[in-house]
Design a protein around this ligand. Structure first.
Ligand SMILES: [Zn+2]
Length: 326
């Protein structure tokens, strides 16, 4: 049962500035996303109705109580929508969270928001509650650099100009940028999904490098949340989830990009507790091995283990990607 005083909590490996560390993620229960048009988003399922400052305080306290912070260097606060939309999360709630984080031995805090609600003033206010040595990472769901995929297929309502304005705000407030990139939007084949994600990472690094800001990309292999348009496509057989090999290939190719920023790749969504048939997978023989290798990659950023992975199903995947089957 959903409880307005409990945030969904998970801890995972993370590489920060070349160091293997961990991040603690508290998915705050907030009111539903005001935009709420994205075809693949199921965050609404986690939203609450009458969330007040008091609930946010309890969610935070319940989330960190008893937690050992000795190896945690970052805390993440995703919400059901946008962290900087005042109608979803009040300025008092935000300030409370930053003020609490200033007491933690972490060096950065990640929050997610649509660009429409973001201003430099809001970031400056947030930073005034943090310690000098703490940094804000601003995350945005870019999903794809392809305008048609992003705005027609996924209905993100985000222009490239909007994304670039987001990057400008990061630059002007000395914040770092995290761009979520979706793997295998509807309409894409496995091969198309590789191209789309790698080109999107290339665009993110280009925009970040032009502005001299630190950027990371978080790849999200598609999964199927309940009560979404995507779920309908999935249940009717029109949509197939990507193979994990596609993600492995995207990670490898992203490290080869000219503008690639070292230690900047994260592969997400392995910790949402979703059942296997609704999540990207390979065959039963290699599935858990590949998932575990990707999780370790998040911590060590070492490609060699991913390169050593093999399975019969990888050969089939390779044939499909190269167009030799079907
Ligand atoms: Zn396999």
């Amino acid at each position: 049962m959903l409880n307005d005083n409990v945030a969904y909590k998970t801890k995972s490996a993370l590489n920060q500035d070349g160091e293997q560390t961990s991040r603690l993620m508290l998915v705050l229960r907030t009111p539903p996303c005001e935009y709420n048009q994205c075809t693949m988003c199921g965050f609404d399922n986690n939203a609450g109705k009458n969330i007040r400052l008091q609930n946010i305080q309890r969610q935070y306290q319940n989330g960190i109580v008893g937690e050992d912070f000795s190896d945690i260097r970052r805390i993440d606060f995703p919400t059901a929508g946008s962290f900087y939309n005042d109608r979803e999360l009040s300025p008092e709630s935000r300030n409370y969270l930053f003020s609490e984080v200033s007491q933690l031995p972490v060096d950065s805090v990640m929050v997610e928001t649509r660009v429409d609600y973001l201003t430099e003033e809001k970031i400056r206010e947030s930073k005034s509650y943090l310690r000098e040595d703490q940094n804000i990472e601003l995350a945005i769901g870019l999903e794809s650099a392809d305008d048609n995929i992003r705005n027609k297929v996924l209905r993100k309502g985000l222009s490239k100009k909007g994304f670039e304005r987001f990057a400008d705000i990061c630059a002007n407030t000395d914040s770092s940028l995290l761009a979520y990139i979706l793997i295998k939007s509807p309409t894409l084949s496995e091969a198309g999904a590789v191209e789309d994600a790698v080109q999107t990472a290339d665009y993110v690094y280009k925009i970040a490098n032009e502005r001299g800001i630190k950027a990371r990309v978080a790849f999200k292999p598609m999964f199927i949340p309940e009560n979404t348009e995507l779920e309908k496509l999935y249940l009717s057989g029109e949509y197939q989830l990507p193979k994990l090999w596609t993600t492995v290939e995207i990670v490898k190719r992203t490290t080869e990009l000219a503008g690639y920023q070292p230690n900047s790749i994260f592969v997400g969504m392995f910790d949402e507790g979703l059942s296997g048939d609704r999540f990207s997978s390979n065959c039963g023989n290699c599935n858990s091995e590949v998932v575990e290798a990707l999780k370790r990659f998040n911590g060590n950023q070492d490609l060699s283990e991913l390169e050593r992975l093999s399975c019969e199903c990888k050969t089939e995947w390779g044939q499909e990607v190269r167009g030799e089957s079907k």
